[in-house]
Design a protein around this ligand. Structure first.
Ligand code: PLP
Length: 373
């Protein structure tokens, strides 16, 4: 059957088309200046990021994965150390721990489908050096409960906020609770560039100083090599594009929250679905909806039904939580994560969705359950 509409899960060309002229003038300006590496556009973007998050240091780096690697290295985490990471995350979170020579120790999720503070605490050993909450889908983890666990054991938190720029818990922004926080500007992220990009932020003077060296070959402001570093800089061109998009970031978040509001209004009464909290749920959270991830009965059938009707959906992380990767040496059972992965599904959530698209998607979901009730 040929669907009456086609709504891809994500529309990459649509990142560019609506503002093509603005983007082209930024690109022309940067290229005419020959301003490619560590130039003023990167500085301006880092300044704006710092102000937005209210942190002392922000560094644009190559991508969100390397942001984590640099943060861990700046803390001196390495061989013999363990870092606790939720299994419901992108492989990059755990890989960053492995890449610095330490061991990622995976824990379960709680009822909010984010890192479970009790499960994290149960994984602490005398080798644990940090706990890494991951603010999946643009919702901040319960940083109060995690803070209690961290304090009780004298451990730092380090935040993978790749999906959560602008998300808040009790009025404080994700990425600013821990010793460091990281962000990704992968194209499909809420603030995405035209390639790879990331940032690492901190309030800690020593960590900040180390990050500055680490991302640029260990060179200090005078250009002298004073430490082992690497090449991990955000391209100035990408920074210029990000800085342009950042100017209207609040509107982008508002639009995503409006889409979430519409999903919530149209689907909340279906007993077969568990929706994420709506944007008006109040409480401690302000969510930015990087993704709209729900849990659905007969998930795979629903997914096929939507696909036949032109609606693209995705199961997060290709359907595999980190602890399922046996080839990486994981051999563990995490019941809440496993239960969630039998039912989780992400509906389209992006800036190219119209209200009529959202209504169409909701109609199809309702029709699926009505038909087969
Ligand atoms: C996107 C993402 C990353 C990695 O970011 P890259 O910029 O693609 O390296 C890390 N963690 C999470 C939770 C992510 O969603």
């Amino acid at each position: 059957m040929s669907p009456s509409r086609t709504i891809p899960f994500f529309n990459y060309p649509a990142l560019f088309e609506p503002r093509e002229e603005e983007f082209m003038s930024v690109i022309r300006d940067v290229c005419r200046r020959g301003a490619y590496i560590l130039q003023r556009d990167l500085e301006a973007f880092e300044d704006n990021l710092r102000r937005f998050l209210n942190v002392r240091y922000a560094f644009g780096v190559a991508d969100g994965t390397n942001a984590l690697v640099l943060g861990l290295r700046a803390m001196g985490i390495g061989p013999g150390d363990e870092v606790i990471v939720p299994s419901h995350t992108y492989i990059a979170s755990a890989a960053s721990v492995h890449l610095v020579g330490a061991t990622p120790v995976l824990c379960d999720i709680g009822p909010d489908n984010l890192i479970d503070p009790a499960s994290a605490e149960a994984m602490i050993t005398d080798r644990t050096r940090a706990i890494m909450p991951v603010h999946v889908n643009g919702r901040t983890c319960d940083m109060a409960a995690l803070g209690v666990v961290a304090d009780r054991h004298g451990l730092p938190l380090v935040e993978d906020a790749a999906q959560a720029l602008g998300s808040e818990f009790r009025g404080r922004r994700a990425g600013t609770f821990g010793t460091f926080g990281t962000f990704s500007f992968y194209p499909a992220k809420v603030l995405g560039c035209f390639g790879d990009g990331g940032a690492v932020v901190t309030d800690d003077d020593e960590i900040g100083a180390r990050l500055a060296l680490l991302r640029d070959h260990g060179r200090n402001d005078a250009g002298k090599v004073v430490a082992w570093g690497t090449n991990c800089r955000l391209d100035n061109l990408q920074a210029a594009i990000l800085d342009l998009k950042f100017r209207t970031y609040d509107q982008d978040i508002a639009r995503r929250r409006e889409i979430a509001r519409r999903y919530h209004a149209a689907l909340a009464d279906l007993p077969q679905l568990d929706l994420p909290p709506g944007p008006d749920a109040g409480g401690d959270h302000f969510d930015i909806y990087q993704n709209y991830e729900l849990a659905a009965d007969r998930r795979d059938e629903l997914r096929a039904y939507l696909k036949d009707r032109g609606v693209g959906t995705i199961i997060q992380w290709g359907g595999s939580p980190v602890h399922s990767f046996a080839e990486l040496g994981f051999d563990q059972t995490l019941p809440a994560t496993e239960r969630f992965f039998e039912r989780c599904l992400m509906l389209p959530m992006n800036m190219s969705l119209g209200d009529d698209d959202v209504a169409y998607i909701c109609d199809q979901v309702r029709a699926f359950y009505a038909r087969s009730a």
